[in-house]
Design a protein. Structure first.
Length: 372
């Protein structure tokens, strides 16, 4: 029997009502009724049309975690080895934010190494992004607006009540329009991988003050059943919800399908004039862990592959990632654990795993890796 941590009441009723609320929410936005719900947002200042937005619940009905607590690796027994977590490494400190928790909160307002951050997850787009949560000297608290655009949820800040697209970290409505939050490199990995390579790390325990809610990875799978709503025809080169490892390097966007990464294991590439490498490590494909049957699911991370002026070429050798130049062995976290480069870290490219429809709809000029 799968283990899970029961903390909050069931949220599936909300998900079942999404479809019914979409049309009504869009109508309310277009007719200007949104201001009646207590917003102080300047809706006349925006970079998108109101018709692109859908409001389907009141703000912070999906409750962000504002006072996160963390547990040690050894004390955590409720996470399965194959549970997915967002891993953040910052100045020698490591934290894991389980997707089974984030799927019910979508935002964790946190501070790490003295840096205010917003850990965010959109289950509809499979976008897990961590932002520095300040603009200039102003630290912002982010909440869930209850609105979406192209199936991606919109955040709001507590200072100006501007609306921010989680997928890009850009304010699209309100005083902060055009402002982009700085993204911190993070990875979606299994709990087993995180706990193995970061034994001194800490894991988000959820917010016990909010009542009982079931923290379970099955909720991720349930979100996968919802059809995406976008403002342009879907790009059919890949299934809408195929996962891709995607990034923008020097204004060039690239996407690596998980189906091909699973075959290749390692992809050496050049993007935006920079030499990069995509690492892949297989994960569990069991149903009920946020995975649909037949999908290629694993851990994928993009790194720059130049170390101290030397460009490395990576290969799979007997199941391990090895560079041909020194023979050093590397982990999915970009750390050399054997060989001449032992304890050397590759610099991570700001990249993450997304659903194809969400990425290509936002960045239509993306180069799709085809293996050729």
């Amino acid at each position: 029997m799968r283990k899970f941590l029961s903390r909050y009441g069931d949220a599936m009723f909300m998900m079942a009502m999404v479809g019914a609320f979409v049309a009504m929410g869009t109508l309310l936005l277009r007719q200007g009724y949104l201001s009646m719900q207590g917003w102080q947002t300047d809706f006349e200042t925006r970079t998108v049309t109101l018709g692109e937005l859908t409001v389907w619940q009141e703000r912070d009905i999906t409750v962000p975690i504002d006072a996160p607590t963390f547990a040690s690796i050894k004390s955590v027994h409720w996470l399965d080895d194959d549970a997915w977590v967002i891993a953040l490494e910052l100045n020698g400190e490591s934290r894991a934010y389980p997707l089974g928790v984030l799927v019910n909160h979508q935002i964790v307002n946190d501070v790490m190494q003295g840096i205010p951050i917003a850990v965010t997850y959109c289950p509809m787009c499979n976008s897990a992004l961590i932002f520095k949560s300040h603009v200039g000297d102003q630290v912002l608290r982010f909440g869930v607006s209850g609105a979406t655009r192209n199936s991606g949820f919109l955040m709001w800040d507590d200072m100006t009540q501007s609306w921010w697209q989680q997928f890009t970290g850009e304010a699209i409505v309100g005083d902060y329009i055009g402002t982009r939050l700085e993204v911190l490199p993070s990875k979606i990995v299994t709990w087993k991988a995180f706990s193995k390579w970061h034994p001194m790390g800490r894991v988000l325990a959820g917010d016990e003050t909010l009542g009982p809610l079931t923290y379970s990875p099955e909720r991720i799978t349930q979100y996968q059943q919802i059809e995406p709503t976008v403002d342009k025809p879907l790009d059919k080169r890949l299934p809408a919800k195929e996962r891709v490892l995607a990034a923008i390097v020097n204004n060039e966007a690239v996407a690596y399908p998980f189906s091909l990464l699973a075959m290749w294991g390692v992809v050496n590439d050049t993007v935006g004039g920079e030499t990069v490498v995509a690492f892949w490590q297989a994960g569990d494909q069991e149903q009920g862990n946020g995975v649909e049957e037949g999908q290629h699911v694993g851990m994928a991370v993009l790194f720059y592959r130049t170390v101290e002026g030397q460009t490395l070429t990576f290969v799979l050798r007997e199941g391990s990632i090895v560079d041909e130049e020194t023979g050093s062995r590397w982990t999915i976290f970009g750390k050399a654990i054997q060989g001449p480069l032992k304890n050397t870290y590759l610099e991570q490219v700001n990249s993450s795993a997304y659903y194809w429809f969400a990425w290509i709809n936002t960045y239509p000029e993306t180069r799709l890796f085809t293996g050729r």
